[in-house]
Design a protein around this ligand. Structure first.
Ligand code: GRF
Length: 190
């Protein structure tokens, strides 16, 4: 089977971007990351992409009059690169109609909670404030709802401490394993 072509969208650090690239390079995932997209020019993910030799699109949403306008720009790049699957990895924006229609059933997201608990921003902070003892991560399909698409994979992380840095390190480590696993589940379906 030929390698599927993936674009990763990220707004910040990009550790999940790097984990996906590594899984592809090592053959754990039978795909290739052909594009990195960021809405925050200069975010650390751009350094990771440069190191990995992955082509990058950096854009500023405020340079466009609407989400439809910048998503149309992105769509033309995605088509040019023949992207078959979009993986959101810390992309801090809701996907709009243009991309949802063009890539229906082919956009994934990773969220640092056991959905449907703690949707939206700062899921880890929400869970800590709630006092949960089992945290987790979820990979799901993206649809027009907020963190509400069909779940592909989940992992639970029991934690009774209060150190947010420790907890986030555990969550990230688990994300880096589960995202490639979830991609492997989806690849035969697209
Ligand atoms: C991850 O915790 C992910 O679950 C959330 O944003 C964070 C991105 O981390 N959606 P990184 O940029 O991949 O390091």
């Amino acid at each position: 089977m030929s390698k599927k072509r993936i674009a990763v969208f990220a707004s910040g650090n990009g550790s999940n971007f790097e984990a996906i690239v590594k899984a592809c390079v090592e053959g754990v995932v039978n795909a290739e990351v052909v594009l990195c997209v960021t809405d925050r020019p200069g975010a650390y993910v751009t350094e990771r992409a440069a190191r990995a030799g992955v082509p990058m699109i950096e854009f500023r949403p405020k340079d466009y009059s609407s989400k439809a306008e910048f998503e149309s720009m992105l769509l033309s790049h995605l088509r040019e690169k023949k992207v078959e699957l979009i993986c959101l990895a810390g992309y801090m924006r809701i996907i709009g109609e243009v991309l949802l229609e063009a890539y229906a059933g082919r956009i994934l997201n990773i969220h640092p909670s056991l959905l449907p608990a703690f949707k939206g921003a700062d899921a880890v902070g929400q869970a800590l404030a709630y006092g949960v003892k089992v945290f987790g991560v979820t990979v799901h399909y993206v649809d027009s709802s907020l963190d509400g698409g069909k779940i592909i994979a989940q992992a639970a992380i029991p934690y009774e401490g209060t150190d947010r840095d420790d907890l986030e390190a555990m969550i990230h480590a688990r994300e880096h394993i589960i995202y490639p696993e979830a991609i492997n589940k989806v690849l035969p379906l697209i």
